[in-house]
Design a protein around this ligand. Structure first.
Ligand code: DAH
Length: 339
């Protein structure tokens, strides 16, 4: 029995040296010291020993048990420490490492310019009004003093959805909607998408954006229009910008004008941007035609108003020196990143 015990001791200690996982260690403990463990079995068999042998063998078995328990506890501690070290190592943070650069999204140049335009007019007390892109022929043309056979319809290559419904060709129909649903004083800008069946090239797109402006009140004059546009031009192109009005014709305004700004590229002396003119056309404007006011239920004998309309693409291209409108719609990230 003594030899048996010594063999168990040797075997158990040898195995312990090879263990490197807590679960294996627990299994080993059960295998030797558990209720049905090898050592326990031997102690149970002591009844067959002589009374002289019994205490000696008993002593030996207890010594082995104690030694084994101690050793198991030591190994367990070693394993736990190793586990903790490994965890700490995997969680170390190198604070000297350079951070990851996160690329922030940016506003599309058209959105950036539109936001600037909005800021300028909101600052002057305007409100923003919007209307649908699918519009009645009546709002898009008729109520704007452009009857069915009017030649002005030819200049706006219209997408017709049905005889009386179109994709709006400009943001001017929002004027009509607003005047019909609001009483003067009115002071609005109407930003939005518009459609014309133009072929795509460097300066045309079948979808583009406009901002319409409308002011209606008692005693509104052409002087108010000029002052407003002057303030706008300075806000968007810089303090030294001048404007000039050239007589023009729009059916919905009388008198009407096309408005130029002094060229931001050369300050008026002539360059590539203004094609040597010193001036760049940026919008159309005028005093709201009495027919339009009347159609919207506003008495032109009491009220007067001015209106203007501009293309956001053209202003954006001017401001940033973009020479091809397609760049604004292709959304090539290498292009957009520059703004
Ligand atoms: N609706 C015109 C266009 O699309 C732009 C315009 C010109 C709007 C004069 C106006 C205006 O309100 O008064 O070409």
């Amino acid at each position: 029995m003594k030899e048996q015990l010594e063999a168990i001791r040797k075997q158990a200690f040898d195995k312990l040296e090879e263990i490197n996982d807590i679960r294996e260690l627990d299994e080993l403990k059960v295998h030797y010291l558990g209720k049905k463990g090898e050592l326990t079995q031997i102690l149970k068999g002591m009844g067959s020993l002589s009374p002289e042998e019994r205490p000696i063998v008993g002593q030996l078995a207890n010594d082995i048990r104690t030694a084994l328990e101690e050793r198991i506890a030591e190994v367990k501690e070693r394993l736990i420490k190793a586990l903790r070290d490994e965890k700490l190592k995997s969680e170390t943070l190198d604070v000297t490492m350079p951070g990851r650069i996160r690329h922030l999204g940016k506003k599309h140049p058209l959105t950036a310019v539109l936001d600037e335009i909005k800021d300028i007019f909101l600052g002057m007390g305007y409100e923003i009004a919007e209307g649908p892109e699918v519009e009645l022929d009546y709002n898009n043309f008729e109520a704007l003093n452009i009857p069915k056979n009017h030649p002005a319809r030819d200049t706006q290559d219209t997408f017709y959805i049905s005889e009386n419904v179109v994709l709006r060709t400009h943001t001017s129909p929002v004027q009509i909607r607003h005047m019909k649903s609001h009483k003067p004083p009115i002071r609005i800008i109407c930003p939005g998408r518009v459609y014309r069946s133009d072929a795509v090239d460097a300066t045309h797109s079948p979808v583009f954006h406009q901002v319409e402006g409308l002011v209606v009140d008692k005693g509104v004059t052409m002087g108010d229009l000029v002052g407003t546009l002057q303030a706008f031009a300075r806000g968007i192109f810089g303090e030294n910008t001048k404007i000039r009005l050239r007589p023009h014709h729009f059916p919905f305004t009388e008198p009407s004008a096309e408005v130029d700004v002094s060229c931001w590229g050369c300050n008026g002396s002539g360059c590539r941007i203004c094609k040597g003119e010193g001036w760049v056309e940026i919008l159309g404007a005028g005093m709201v035609h009495p027919n339009v006011l009347r159609e919207c239920g506003i008495d032109p004998e009491v009220y007067s108003g001015f209106a203007f309309g501009m293309g956001i693409e053209r202003i954006t291209m001017g401001k940033y020196g973009i020479d091809d409108m397609r760049l604004l719609f292709e959304n090539d990230i290498r292009f957009l990143k520059q703004f």
